[in-house]
Design a protein around this ligand. Sequence first.
Ligand code: GSH
Length: 334
Amino acid sequence: MRRVNGFAAICRAVEGVAVAPSASGNYAHQHHRLVLAALFGTSSTNNTSPRSHWFQYNRIAADQSARASARAVAGTMLFSVAATTLVEEVHAKEPVQSKFRPKDVVLYQYEACPFCNKVKAFLDYYDIPYKVVEVNPISKKEIKWSDYKKVPILMVDGQQMVDSSDIIDKLTNKISPDSSTDSVGGDEEKKWRGWVDNHLVHILSPNIYRSTTEALESFEYITSHGNFSFTERITAKYAGAAAMYFVSKKLKKKYNITDERAALYEAAETWVDALKGRDFLGGTKPNLADLAVYGVLRPIRYLKSGRDMVENTRIGDWYSRMENAVGVSSRIQA
Ligand SMILES: N[C@@H](CCC(=O)N[C@@H](CS)C(=O)NCC(=O)O)C(=O)O
């Protein structure tokens, strides 16, 4: 079994932000479609093909009133080189009894997706081998077989699992079916997992696309590690960075963020306070909340926003403990 050194990655979708350039089009047609496909997926679960994505988008763009009422998803992705995360050092991994260990696990993901990365942090920590199928965010052809149109999708011994938190709950019950009634954790753990999904992830995009330089840094990584064709890659890098720079300003408004860096630092401090002096929220070992926070932060850790966060808050020590605890990726070659 060959382990693949990997990088941490995140992507995120932010619901409710419709971003529609004028119908006359500020982008060349191809660029327009490409960038929208890569970045602004709709939230409609009825979309059964990537084309419906475009049709829906174009309809919205052409119809101001529909646009106002449309719920859209701004799917943004970012990725960072977590260069040191996979160094083979100290391991405090949780062993899973072999009888409960899933045999065949395949993760359909965008390499740069916070939700996908949350699932990966779990799989890595529990040392569950998994293959990765990188989904092209434009065609999504790799997940055409599924009715679910987002990532992550996890296939576990032939069973489809969707939605990162749900996937983690299901996997937790699978790998420790003998544990007490509530194997997915107590109130504190649940509260902080909710905080990750409802608060922390919303702060990330405004930070990584905060300036044109940071947006380009993020897209350089996204496009060099995602599943893009050559043309898509070139187009997405520059058009995507420019588009996301503007989208991030809208997201700030939507989530009432005035100073994105201050919000990131505050979130990091809030998390350290939640630890109450413990090594991990889980005590001496990470629990699912630790893994969730780590998972969504891992991709930004080595981008400028992540470096700033570690320099300006107390989160660095916990983060390093998590790097050691999660250790080497359990990803295997597909
Ligand atoms: N609540 C879901 C959110 C998943 C999600 O929004 N994924 C984004 C990628 S980061 C997505 O697939 N968006 C739709 C798209 O790209 O069209 C989860 O936790 O897994």
